[in-house]
Design a protein around this ligand. Sequence first.
Ligand SMILES: [Zn+2]
Length: 362
Amino acid sequence: MLRIRSTLLLSALLPPLVLIGCAAPQTRAPSLNNASMDAETRKQQELVVEDYMSNYKKLQNVSSRIVTNSTDLCGDKVAGYYGFNYWNQDGFKPAWKEITKSKYSLDEKFKILNIVEKSPADKASLKEGDVLVSINHWLVPVGKDADKQLAQKLAEQAKSLGPVELAVLRDGAEQKVSITPVKSCDFQVHLAADDVKNAYADGTNIVMYKGLMDFFKTDEEMALVLSHELAHNTMKHIEAKKKNATTGGVLGLLLDIAAATAGVNTNGDFSRMGAGIAGNAYSVEFEQEADYVGLYIMQKSGFNIDNAAGFWRRMAVNNSQAITIKSSHPTTPQRFVAIEETVKEIKGKIEKGVALSPELKK
Ligand SMILES: [Zn+2]
């Protein structure tokens, strides 16, 4: 110990030049040529994009089951669900533009790059790689800002719950594909590419972060978080928080790393989102309700809810540093016990053959 201290002291007193001399590498590094560096950069960018798309597909496959099986909890926020996703050359974030453009042969037109498994689009034999030409004889616009018009058109169609007739280009020939949508909760599910363990609901959308996708060990874990987020939206928590607020500064979203560790998490990934957000976004009551209603949604969507409490516990342990910090929301044990009680309540209803509806306050 003493020796280390004296070394540190000595280093501190030596002139900087000597330090640089000491720190220099002793061996000759291989010389690098620009072409191989460029090729490697490209390879790595491609891997990032492939990883994103693979996570995107998993997310849509799981979330489709959740939004289409809980419509009785979504009130008038329902719409038709088709099950396809499209991009054009401007659809990915700017840093990915060149790589995605060449990888998926994208131009100004919109190309189908994802078909959700067992979705209406899948059943109608829409194919990945199909290029959108028209929707119910409405010519699909092309170019940079066309995505808004296209999204609006599809949203209108979806609201009508009626079938859509698509014309697509496949292998150079035009094909007609008629898709009859199924009813779904009208909340879009997005994947953010950032490497943080988080998810949030903003009343209209559900956003999952890639970092949290990497943390999931099973589809059940992903379904649990998605169901919890959907519950925030169906129970209109954002609107309620805005109404409840006596001062300004309520954010239009509920960040859910707080949910993951029942409010004890103020370090790690969460702090990267901005510590100031925590107090605004988190509410014990709404988290409990999202847990409670979320478990009903998960069960109704056909996922096994047995390990729900275990998942949140795993999240808490993953942030063990945060657990030791004194919390203003000392609700962790209550939360796990409440989840276990809800699981029992739901199982009891299944045994008795009673409808799976969350219990309202008397
Ligand atoms: Zn939450």
